[in-house]
Write a protein that binds this ligand. Structure first.
Ligand SMILES: C[S@@+](CC[C@H](N)C(=O)[O-])C[C@H]1O[C@@H](n2cnc3c(N)ncnc32)[C@H](O)[C@@H]1O
Length: 229
């Protein structure tokens, strides 16, 4: 495993960098800002209160920032969320201890819950609050299967330059098959090749405004039967 380092992003929240691969876990322009914009506002918010329980899948648990922001939404909006996340290379506890998200969000009381997001056992559903249940799978994305399809996918893989195999037609076909009809996939990456791979997998793809530092991001929808492609 390549060496990982903590770095501070422009909004004061930290992220993790892997210098050898030239990747960071979030945008250098602001980790919290990016996660909120791409996953919470473009992905989760439009789906709130559409059904009793929302099933969300995240590619790459990493720092747990997306899970934390989603837990906060579940509590604030009293929406039951079942959150499943896959992670092949979990962060070491010493690095988790340096993540400053609860402080930056001015929610220090959430620190124990944030800790629990990281320490819950793998591969089983764990209810953390009455609104939020998490299941983390310690495996590779392509090994994941589910009997409960997802309403929403947070696609937060490393960029195509570092992990090209995760942005192919095969990868998006796998994700397409994990979604309910009408389900949504959001991601920060809006490259032409990536959008074409999504379309080839069956998605309807739209480009929408990106977070600070990024002009566009993508929201892809799995069509419902009879919807126009
Ligand atoms: C861009 S980071 C995003 C992390 C996370 N969403 C966050 O907010 O910190 C990508 C994550 O995917 C994980 N990862 C990379 N390849 C993977 C694979 N094939 N299967 C599962 N996880 C993978 C990495 O270890 C890393 O944690």
């Amino acid at each position: 495993m390549a060496e990982r380092e903590i770095m501070i992003t422009s909004d004061g929240s930290v992220t993790v960098a892997i210098p050898e691969l030239n990747v960071t876990y979030h945008s250098k322009h602001g980790a919290i800002q990016e996660s909120r914009h791409v996953f919470i506002e473009a992905g989760l918010r439009p789906l709130l209160h559409r059904q009793e329980t929302l099933y969300i899948f995240e590619m790459g648990f990493g720092t747990g920032l997306n899970a934390l922001l989603t837990l906060i939404e579940a509590e604030d909006h009293q929406q039951k969320i079942h959150y499943r996340s896959v992670e092949a290379y979990p962060l070491e506890a010493a690095m988790v201890a340096r993540l400053n998200y609860c402080e930056q969000l001015q929610l220090p009381a959430l620190k124990p819950l944030f800790g629990q997001l990281h320490t819950t056992p793998w591969d089983q559903p764990i209810p953390l609050t009455s609104w939020f249940t998490i299941q983390k799978d310690h495996t590779l994305l392509f090994n994941l299967s589910t009997s409960q399809p997802f309403n929403l996918i947070y696609y937060d893989a490393f960029a195509p330059g570092a992990q090209p195999e995760l942005w192919t037609v095969e990868a998006f076909t796998h994700l397409f098959n994990l979604l309910t009809a009408g389900g949504i996939l959001v991601t920060y990456c809006s490259k032409g090749d990536v959008r074409r791979a999504m379309v080839a997998a069956g998605f309807i793809v739209e480009k929408i405004p990106g977070p600070p530092g990024k002009r566009e991001m993508v929201r892809a929808i799995k069509p419902t039967e009879g919807s126009a492609l």
